[in-house]
Design a binder for this molecule. Structure first.
Ligand SMILES: *[C@@H]1O[C@H](CO)[C@@H](O)[C@H](O)[C@H]1NC(C)=O
Ligand SMILES: *[C@@H]1O[C@H](CO)[C@@H](O)[C@H](O)[C@H]1NC(C)=O
Length: 475
């Protein structure tokens, strides 16, 4: 029965009806696609994302079988341009990972869940999403799961290998896939041309890069660290209204002694400062032995690399928009917990602004590429992820500019979406995304140590509200 009112359902079953491999519809000339120096900074990690749709079965009178057929046909068409997603990562003779583009295909799962969309407790993705709506990649570098829900809803979940694509690239792919599902031309073609990310000869880099990246002895396995039980990591999804963000921003912008505004801080800077300070304020320095707190923000270098490095003006814009791969840097700051507690939010926002400044230039990214080149074939990683036990670390990413709303396969805009990245490391990961309402509200996915989440829920519950069907206009 599909009732109007329903409370969250903790236990429901997801039954996998079929698994298969979907390959590009046209033959692909087998070839090797090198990872760029910026891709090589990623350890083997899988990232998940889900998109939820209300009742395509009732609204468009589509049978689930037709939905699957549309999705599979358009996926095999999309893979013609996005052939890297149809390949495999293989270690080459120099011991580095490289993509073998042999059209080995995408792992594709069809499933059914005996739950209605509005009963799913998205607030606790460890229970509701993990192992249920995003597939484990059993083959290749991309997995897709399409799940039919009890009352006609559909969830499309994808898992991709982060070494092949960052979230921006995955979003490009999803938009292209949905365009082809609607028989529309592609609004953007992907580019796998690595030359704009080639190192310079001779290479050079600023000393600041040494502070942000480290060579690591061996590539960590899927599970980065084995955590002790006290260090349990959990995921939660919150709804944060635009007025709350606006208020935090006004505090972060706050005034000098005469009451005049000093600086304008972005929403992301202000939000990050708020999170940094909130968690710090809950840390008991005596019992935890923590002195410092590292906080980082993922920066997309596409627009920074726009100014040169590509042959002509016309190609620049296209390269920036279409480049498929990782173009990320993770600058971070480290502050004493006592200082974060004592100082005001605008001081913290200033600290965020300062560390972000390092990664704001094209030279930073070119330097980073040269830095990687100087250390290869030894693998390297962002330093913030290589935790010592000196204190907590949290990284904020930003999905604010992704066109989630465009992931419409022909049966309406998604009514909910979220990234799902429950990696095993001790560093926290936070992904703010726009709300499907498009009104300036945010959906915030957080993957943090349990004690950090408890601090947030105890002291910032007025900002972070558990996402419910109500917020998604499902009831
Ligand atoms: C190995 O892979 C790296 C990164 O994908 C690539 O740059 C390099 O050229 C490859 N080396 C060989 C010998 O194929
Ligand atoms: C592609 O390459 C992988 C790795 O070598 C191999 O396991 C797979 O069978 C190949 N697939 C095809 C279709 O050639």
């Amino acid at each position: 029965m599909c009732k109007k009112e329903m409370s969250p359902k903790e236990n429901f079953n997801v039954i996998v009806n079929k698994t298969e491999i979907v390959a590009a519809v046209l033959p692909i000339q087998e070839h090797w696609l090198p990872l760029s120096n910026l891709d090589l900074l990623l350890p083997p990690l899988d990232v998940g994302v889900i998109f939820c749709y209300l009742n395509p079965i009732i609204i468009n009178n589509l049978e689930f079988n037709s939905i699957i057929k549309i999705l599979k046909t358009s996926l095999s068409e999309t893979l013609v341009s996005y052939y890297a997603f149809s390949g495999e990562i293989v270690q080459n003779s120099s011991g580095e990972p490289e993509i073998l583009c042999n059209n080995s295909g995408v792992y594709f799962v069809e499933a059914f869940a005996d739950v209605d969309l509005k009963e799913i407790n998205f607030y606790n993705p460890d229970e509701s999403i993990e192992g249920k709506f995003v597939p484990k990649i059993k083959h290749g570098v991309l997995g897709v799961q399409v799940t039919q829900l009890k009352c006609g809803g559909i969830i499309v979940g994808c898992t991709f290998d982060h070494r092949v694509a960052d979230a921006y690239s995955a979003n490009l792919f999803l938009v292209s896939w949905s365009e082809l599902a609607q028989s529309k031309p592609l609004s953007q073609l992907p580019s796998f041309r690595r030359s704009p990310l080639f190192p310079r000869h001779p290479g050079y880099y600023d000393g600041s890069v040494d502070g942000l990246y480290v060579p690591i002895p061996i590539v960590p396995l899927r599970k980065l660290e084995t955590l002790n039980p006290d260090d349990q990591v959990i995921s939660r999804i919150y709804y944060v209204t635009g007025d709350k963000i606006g208020h935090i921003q006004s505090l972060a912008n706050c005034c000098d002694r005469k009451g005049a505004k000093r600086y304008q801080r972005s929403k992301l800077e202000s939000f990050s400062a708020f999170l940094w300070k909130t968690i710090a304020c809950g840390v008991n320095v005596e019992t935890s032995n923590f002195k410092n707190f590292r906080f980082g923000i993922v920066v997309d270098g596409r627009t920074r690399l726009m100014s040169s490095n590509v042959d002509d003006d016309d190609n620049r814009g296209k390269w920036v928009k279409g480049y498929f791969g990782n173009v990320l840097s993770i600058p971070f700051g480290e502050k004493k917990i006592d200082e974060l507690k004592a100082k005001s939010l605008d001081w913290t926002a200033n600290a965020v602004h300062e560390f972000l400044d390092i990664a704001k230039t094209e030279e930073h990214f070119l330097g980073l590429i040269d830095w990687v080149e100087a250390h290869r074939p030894k693998p390297s990683m962002a330093k913030i992820y290589v935790t010592d036990d000196d204190g907590p670390t949290v990284v904020v990413s930003s999905g604010q500019h992704f066109s989630f709303k465009m992931v419409n396969f022909g049966w309406g805009d998604p009514i909910f979406w979220s990234y799902h990245f429950p990696w095993a490391g001790k560093s926290g990961y936070v992904m703010p995304m726009p709300s499907p309402k498009g009104n300036g509200d945010w959906i915030v996915y957080m993957h943090l140590l349990k004690w950090q989440m408890e601090i947030i829920e105890a002291s910032a519950f007025h900002v972070f509200e558990p996402v419910t069907a109500n917020y998604l206009n499902l009831i």
